[in-house]
Design a protein around this ligand. Structure first.
Ligand SMILES: [Fe+2]
Length: 334
């Protein structure tokens, strides 16, 4: 705010006021599919550090993308925030985001977690490993995502619906690593095990605790939330594919909108979100892995140990999303 006022008075002094639109006060407007509880602490910290206020609107990613399309050049949004590289890629492909050069972001966030031109930037990492009943499964029985097609898991497998982008991104990563024929064979083997299909990771984990199934694939922060409430919650993490491509990881992230009215302020916010202070908040508020490798995960998460993560460029999840959806349909994965 102080910065904005100073800027206006300097402009007035040099007599350029008429050349600039009057309404460009320093602020950032964010469209976010992440809920207020998760984003507000970071925005408050940014405002405290920069003096730049943040206004935000939350809705589902589909609604926000439609809104950005409909508003076009008139959009008030400067920054679009959402989860899953598949969603960020879709927004980029729809021409809703703009690339920015930023040495700060390049220093904070590894290249495979952002678009090449920073049209979107990963701000947190979510791992999607295998999870199992600590009462009925020994970790020695597990190895890879592919091996969940072994007949020994018949009637014991819970899976997230194919309509969720998390599943589509997982399958896109398999398509990239294994090719179409092998991925199809894996998915058919999973389906032969008659999995129960869920529309929530939390419900899958609760189904394991309730004895309805024994293994699943889920994001770690969902288990962390359940463990924070009940340290004895009877589900454990298994890091699959450690001998080959590694654990499937995805991101949450953000990108500056094509028609941002406060581009400089939006870039400052994006740089702030990639930095240590905001990354610490990501780790502690939602038990996600910081995208900035200099920041350590929450102790509850760190207790599950380190693992080899798939370092495939997450843009692949968007590029292969349509192929993944087609394949999921073909094998009858609802
Ligand atoms: Fe989630």
């Amino acid at each position: 705010m102080g910065r904005g006022r100073l800027f206006c008075s300097l402009v007035g002094l040099v007599g350029l006021a008429l050349m600039l639109p009057a309404a460009e006060a320093a602020e950032v407007v964010v469209y976010s599919s992440r809920i207020e509880q998760l984003i507000k602490p970071m925005f408050d910290a940014f405002t405290a550090a920069s003096g730049i206020p943040v206004r935000y609107f939350t809705a589902s990613e589909a609604e926000l993308i439609e809104r950005l399309k409909a508003e076009g050049a008139n959009t008030p949004a400067d920054l679009f925030m959402t989860v899953d590289a598949g969603n960020l890629w879709l927004a980029e492909q729809a021409g809703l985001l703009q690339g920015v050069a930023s040495p700060v972001i390049a220093r904070h966030i590894p290249a495979h977690l952002r678009a090449k031109d920073n049209a979107w930037v990963g701000l947190s990492v979510r791992a999607r490993p295998i999870m199992y009943s600590s009462e009925r499964v020994m970790p020695e029985e597990l190895s890879t995502y592919e091996a969940l097609g072994d007949p020994k898991w018949r009637g014991r497998l819970c899976l997230r619906t194919s309509r969720k982008v998390y599943t589509q991104s997982l399958v896109a990563a398999m398509l990239k690593a294994l090719g179409e024929a092998r991925t199809e064979a894996v998915l058919r083997a999973w389906m032969a095990n008659e999995p129960r299909i869920f529309n929530s990771d939390t419900k899958m984990l609760e189904a394991i605790a309730a004895g309805q199934c024994d293994v699943t694939i889920a994001n770690t922060y969902y288990l962390a939330r359940l463990k924070a409430k009940d340290p004895d919650f009877p589900v454990a993490v298994f890091w699959p594919n450690q001998q080959d491509r590694g654990v499937h990881v995805n991101i949450s992230g953000a990108g500056i909108t094509r028609h941002a009215k406060h581009r400089q302020e939006a870039l400052r916010l994006l740089e702030f979100l990639s930095g240590p202070e905001a990354q610490r908040l990501y780790a502690d508020a939602n038990y996600e892995y910081p995208a900035n490798p200099a920041v350590k995960p929450h102790p509850l998460i760190a207790a599950w140990g380190t693992f080899k993560a798939d370092t495939v460029d997450v843009a692949v999840f968007g590029e292969l999303q349509a192929a993944a959806v087609k394949l999921l349909d073909r094998v009858g994965y609802r």
